[in-house]
Design a protein around this ligand. Structure first.
Ligand SMILES: C[S@@+](CC[C@H](N)C(=O)[O-])C[C@H]1O[C@@H](n2cnc3c(N)ncnc32)[C@H](O)[C@@H]1O
Length: 240
């Protein structure tokens, strides 16, 4: 099990502590370390989401709410964001109150593996760069499945690893040396940006992840590889 700090605490406790610790620098580092491409990846997810014309959407692992705000700004009627880390939620709430969409978005502290919503509640669910951090992936996916309406889509954005020359080699050097270096200098957390590439390396991607989605009762699953495979968008639908 890959954990941020390798203490005796559970992954969940460590992940919450890590995101609380880096919350203030999270948005800046996201854009800086990805050269701004993270915004494009979220936009791809939102474009796919809009094809379903959902009214109510749950944004799991919403963090600082970028995806939730983007969904609301593109016409989704109601967005609920859930995240483990109170400091991430705090920053998300500040951003929402400065946006024009605060009446449509609600953020709550909560655990994806134990959601406080009734079965069959939402028209769609989305998770950006969150599932990799779950302590128990299957339990998280089961819970998301439970709160979705039958047939409703789940859209997951997650990092993956590029496979072809020379992007693979460049990505290896970048994620092993530059990412931890800048991450540490800026966030002052020694481990967070070492955990990031290590957790990406160990996390199932491509068809392996599609298989996991299918086992968690999602059907018509597909994927879209983004930016040479550095990220992948997965889409599945709650089994009828
Ligand atoms: C890399 S951030 C992604 C935030 C946001 N979705 C984005 O696109 O920027 C991952 C987030 O997942 C949250 N997280 C991890 N495990 C979680 C869980 N079991 N339930 C809810 N949130 C979780 C963390 O607290 C963190 O804010």
């Amino acid at each position: 099990l890959i954990k941020p700090y390798n203490t005796t605490s559970t992954k969940k406790v460590e992940v919450r502590a890590m995101f609380n610790s880096i919350a203030r620098n999270y948005d800046f580092l996201n854009h800086f370390l990805s050269f701004g491409i993270d915004k494009f990846w979220r936009r791809v997810l939102i474009n796919e989401l809009l094809k379903y014309k959902p009214q109510s959407v749950i944004d799991i692992a919403t963090g600082t709410a970028d995806l939730a705000i983007m969904a609301a700004s593109k016409g989704v009627g109601e967005v609920i964001g859930v995240d483990l880390a109170p400091m991430m939620i705090d920053i998300g709430k500040k951003k929402i109150s400065k946006s024009r969409y605060s009446y449509k978005i609600d953020l709550i502290i909560g655990d994806a593996e134990n959601l406080s919503f009734p079965t069959n509640s939402f028209d769609a669910a989305m998770v950006a760069f969150g599932v990799r951090n779950f302590e128990n992936l299957e339990r998280g996916l089961d819970e998301i499945n439970r709160v979705l309406k039958v047939g409703a889509p789940l859209l997951i954005l997650e990092f993956s690893q590029p496979k072809s020359f020379p992007i693979k080699q460049f990505y290896f050097l970048y994620s092993k040396y530059l990412m931890p270096f800048f991450g540490r200098i800026i966030s002052k957390d020694k481990s967070a940006y070492v955990y990031l590439p290590e957790s990406i390396k160990k996390f199932p991607s491509g068809n392996n992840f599609i298989e996991i989605l299918s086992k968690s009762n999602f059907e018509n699953c597909r994927l879209k590889s983004l930016t040479f495979g550095i990220a992948t968008l997965y889409i599945g639908h709650k089994l009828c």
